[in-house]
Design a protein around this ligand. Structure first.
Ligand code: ATP
Ligand code: MG
Length: 418
């Protein structure tokens, strides 16, 4: 991508009503655009990051046997009345709308009900189980406070997977695989070291559900961390556990501020009962399906990465999710020099792009200082500078955004750094 052709630009200031650092930086860098509180558009660079996160999550969901679907955002009131969750007293985040004939509809805040109802058309026998079904889908939630940028949207993307098992033993087996898949995801997006498997309340048989909490000063949750086990306990159940680690029993758990980036939950037969999602077992007896649900917000993950990995100059993307692998910056020379420098940079851009390297090429006619400030803000992990100086030495200057290290290399060495 030639930066001169990118329709977005960087800006010095974020909107004054934007208090979240993730949104301030993402808006200033042109990754997202604010529409209103809790509602953001993803722009070309931001969409590439979001899609990289989605790709990693998708790979891990496929690896545990997930089958991808896409359910509608418009939801039927009658379906939700079966589980008792249509009521605004029970669910306080509903956005609802109505047909012209007055019939009420809900805008998806989650999908347990419609998917359980859907599965009754396909699950009849023990041979139809187990199954795992997932989607990347827009959720709407009328969040009271939407001051955390893309970490708490009123409209946001969620990956939600639902598992359908014959019994609790089969369910537990899948649950453990999903837990591992989640750990792989947070590792791969660059949050492995700061994300803790966190014991939470609400598991149906296993006593606990699990959240994945990332240490983050601006997070909205408090967790209690056991460093030895790299696990944590959330605020709801810390008293029940008498402030001890649920794995090793140590009493020296320390409190920390964190953000929930994902969670996994055993649902038991709550929804299969409401929708009569049952199957005939090998003896011909009818049994209820045992379910689980597994959520991650790719936008919240993106926001958390910005909150926790950025520095005073801007964003620092991990390689795995960066919008581009390389930021090629050309600096104009003087007079006749300029054409030669530009030609060399153009040539490098063409070569790398042909080799499949994702390159953002700053070919704009602006001052070096502005180019570097923008590159720091954008946070692409590797920067390659082509200038009269590098051309004279027949080298390229490489700068690593996360280590702040610079070195001169031969052009053919670039691929070893990507
Ligand atoms: P929170 O307690 O932070 O509101 P939640 O318990 O409501 O989260 P879930 O309903 O379990 O969250 O949703 C699954 C995942 O979706 C969360 O772990 C989070 O990553 C993401 N998520 C939830 N709410 C939002 C939101 N408003 N904006 C962006 N992502 C969200
Ligand atoms: Mg919530």
């Amino acid at each position: 991508m030639r930066q001169s052709e990118l329709f977005t630009t960087t800006r010095r200031e974020a909107p004054t009503d934007e208090v979240a650092r993730n949104a301030q930086l993402l808006i200033r860098a042109g990754y997202i655009h604010k529409e209103m509180a809790g509602v953001y558009s993803y722009l070309p660079l931001g969409l590439r990051v979001l899609e990289n996160i989605v790709r990693i999550i998708r790979e891990e969901m496929q690896a545990i046997g997930g089958q991808e679907v896409s359910l509608p955002a418009l939801q039927d009131r009658l379906v939700w009345q079966k589980s008792g969750r249509w009521s605004d007293e029970v669910v306080d985040v509903w956005f609802k709308t109505a047909l012209k004939n007055g019939a009420e509809l809900g805008l998806s805040f989650t999908h347990e009900e419609p998917l359980t109802a859907l599965m009754t058309d396909y699950v009849h026998s023990y041979r139809d189980l187990p199954r795992a079904v997932y989607q990347f889908q827009t959720k709407f939630r009328n969040e009271t406070r939407a001051k955390s940028g893309i970490m708490r949207g009123r409209e946001f993307l969620m990956k939600d997977l639902y598992s359908f098992s014959r019994d609790t033993v089969e369910h537990e087996k899948f649950y453990e695989r999903a837990k591992q898949a989640y750990q792989n995801i947070f590792e791969r997006v660059g949050l492995g070291a700061t994300t803790y498997l966190t014991y939470a309340s609400g598991g149906t048989f296993s006593k606990y559900s699990h959240e994945f909490q990332t240490l983050c000063a601006t997070g909205e949750d408090t967790i209690y961390v056991c460093e030895k086990c790299h696990v944590a306990v959330n605020q709801e159940i810390i008293d029940d556990l008498q402030h001890a680690c649920p794995q090793c029993g140590a009493k020296d758990v320390r409190s920390a501020t964190a953000v929930e980036v994902g969670n996994i939950f055993s649902l038991g037969t709550k929804f299969s009962e409401a929708f009569n999602l049952s199957y005939l077992d090998e003896q011909g007896a009818s049994r209820l399906v045992v379910m689980g649900s597994y959520g991650i917000g790719p936008g919240r993950v993106m926001g958390t990465i910005v909150e926790t990995l950025s520095d005073e100059k801007g964003i620092v993307w991990p390689k795995t999710i960066a919008p581009y692998a390389l930021h090629l910056v050309v600096l104009g020379g003087r007079g006749a020099e300029t054409a030669a420098v530009l030609a060399a940079a153009d040539q490098l851009y063409t070569t790398l792009t042909a080799r499949g390297v994702a390159v953002l090429y700053d070919d704009r006619d602006v001052q070096a200082g502005e180019k570097f400030a923008d590159a720091d803000l954008l946070g692409i992990p590797l920067r390659a500078v082509v200038s009269a100086k590098t051309l004279a030495q027949k080298k390229i200057e490489i700068y690593d955004r996360s280590t702040d290290e610079k070195k001169m290399i031969d052009e053919r060495e670039i691929h070893t750094l990507l």
